[in-house]
Design a protein around this ligand. Sequence first.
Ligand code: OAD
Length: 240
Amino acid sequence: MTISTYAERIVILTGAGLSAESGLGTFRDKDGLWTRYDLNEVATPEGFARNPVLVHEFYNARRANCLDARPNAAHDALARLQHSRPSHVTLITQNVDDLLERAGAPAVIHMHGQLTRALCAACGYRWNAPRAMDHAAPCPACNAPATRPDIVWFGEMPYHMERIDTALQAADLFVAIGTSGNVYPAAGFVQEAAAHGAQTLELNLEPSATVSLFDAARFGRASRIVADWVAEILGAPPPR
Ligand code: OAD
C-alpha cells in the first residue's frame, strides 16, 4: 500500500532505535540492555523495593550516558517536522532520554517517564534529577527518604494515556519508529490508530513483532530513513 505524503494529523511513536545511533543502547537487540540486566531487578517496583541501590546505579549510569549523548539526524528531522506543524504533529516516545527535546522538538510526550526527573515514592512530588540520584536523599516537598527515578516500570501505568488515546483516534497517519513492538500498550497503538481510520507506517532497522499490522514499512537506520521520510512530508503539497 502506498502511504500518502499528505496527512493532516500525524502521530509518531518512537522507541530505542531512534537513539541507537546516538550511542544509547536498545533493550532487545544483540547486546541490548535486557540481555545484560535482569529487568525484574532494575525495572519493576518489586526490584526497587528489594534493592534500591542497584536500581539507582542502573539509572544513574543511563543518565550519565544520556548526558554525554547528542541527538542524531533522526531526532533533528522529527524536531523539524513538529516545529513545522506544532498542533498537527504529536510526538510520543517510549524513550527516557531527552534527545528529541535537545534537537528542538517543542512538545514530546514521555509515556515511560524521563531520566532527567526524580519522583518521590512517598508523596508523588517530581523535581529535576541530579546527575547521580540517591534513594536516601530527602524529597524537597515531604522530606521522605524515598527518591526514585521518574521512570515507568513494568507493572506500572504509562503516563499521559488519555492524551495519547485522543491523538491516536484523530490521527490520519500513525508512524512507529525504532520500536520492537514487544511492550504494551505502545505496541497496540497501531491497531488503535488504524481502527479510527489512520494509515500506518513502520520505520525500523528490522521488522518489528507487529510489522504485519502496518499498511507499509521501510527498513534501515533511523538517521537515514526518518530523515528521508520527513523530507518527503515537508516537501508534500496539500491535496487539491
Ligand atoms: P527494543 O530494544 O525492544 O527495540 C529496539 C528497536 O529498534 C528494534 O526493533 C530494532 O530493530 C530497532 N533499531 C535498532 N537500531 C536501530 C537504528 N539505528 N535505526 C532504527 N531502528 C533501530 O526497544 P523499544 O521497542 O523501544 O520500557 O522498547 C520498548 C520498551 O521496552 C522501552 O521503553 C523500555 C523497554 O523495557 C521500560 O523500561 C518501561
